[in-house]
Design a protein around this ligand. Structure first.
Ligand code: CP
Length: 290
């Protein structure tokens, strides 16, 4: 069964092969399942990019999709995740995409006989986000080995930071963290934000995840922007070849200035575009090897 739960389940060769397949879709490869396959999207947490780029990816492959309205489903009557997923297996889904607030929710679903693609689990993993980040980096630099990436912000609550640290390190990149101490996970790899700006190839900004902690942030939005926000002025310190990434959604005027979002160095919308190609590659692989 081809499942994508966490990227640490895939070796470097397999990750490069997924990226090759995503690149082929980016270069115009066509696959058409002629409406014979159904992808079911189950999002138990809010999402715009991941949900609708999975949906777009499935539609581009000629699949049909079900976008489950969890708020009006039997989940509200207490149905467990396992029983909900078992239902979609029973009614004939060919691929199931799941986002859930519980870390490692997929551990409860190991017996399901339909490929599952993880759209994010709590603060744990966001494999498809990392793959689209890697595709964007590979398109930009042509390689991973030796590249320096600084991830800035709410590291502790970010599944993007956790997934990217693990996979980028395996791919030979140097990963640094920066941000307020209340969002730090230990002090290892921590660097001062502004002093490191001219050293790195990638500045990856993160949103403060207010939904995962009541009021952990000690800084006001204005203070955060001053200390850790990427402004046009600070952007000028970056290497000529360096790029800016953000998984989004972003808070303009907090971790990123309005003018930086669509600046020359920003690859934020390229990341979103690549999200469709990565998800096409994974759905196609799941349907081929399901
Ligand atoms: N990057 C990301 O996961 O965005 P969504 O929460 O909108 O899916």
């Amino acid at each position: 069964m081809f499942n994508v739960f966490r990227l640490s389940d895939f070796d470097v060769k397999e990750i490069q092969s997924i990226l090759d397949s995503a690149q082929a879709f980016a270069d115009g490869k066509k696959v058409d399942y002629q409406g014979q396959k159904v992808v079911s999207n189950l999002f138990f947490e809010p999402s715009t990019r991941t949900h609708y780029s999975f949906d777009m990816a499935a539609l581009r492959l000629g699949c049909k999709t079900q976008n489950v309205d969890v708020a009006n489903s039997s989940v509200q009557k207490g149905e467990t995740l396992y029983d909900t997923v078992k239902l979609f297996e029973a009614i004939g889904s060919d691929v199931i995409v799941i986002r859930h607030s519980q870390n490692n929710y997929f551990e409860d679903l190991k017996g399901i006989q339909v490929p599952i693609l993880n759209g994010g689990d709590g603060t744990g993993n966001h494999p498809t986000q990392s793959l689209l980040d890697l595709l964007t980096i590979r398109q930009e630099f042509g390689h991973f080995e030796g590249l320096k990436c600084m991830i800035v912000g709410d590291i502790k609550h970010s599944r993007v930071a956790h997934t990217n640290y693990e996979v980028m390190t395996r791919l030979g990149m140097e990963v640094y963290f920066s941000g307020p101490e209340e969002f730090a996970e230990g002090q290892e790899h921590y660097v001062p934000f502004e002093e490191m700006l001219d050293q790195v190839d990638i500045v990856m900004l993160l949103r403060v995840q207010h939904e995962r902690h009541a009021s952990l942030m000690k800084l006001s939005k204005e203070e955060y922007h001053k200390r850790y926000g990427l402004t046009v002025e600070k952007m000028k310190k970056m290497k000529e070849t360096a790029i800016i990434m953000h998984p989004a959604p972003f808070n303009r005027g907090v971790e990123i200035a309005d003018d930086v979002v669509e600046s020359e160095k920003s690859r934020i919308f390229k990341q979103m575009k690549n999200g469709v190609f990565v998800r096409m590659a994974l759905i196609d692989k799941a349907l081929q090897h399901g």
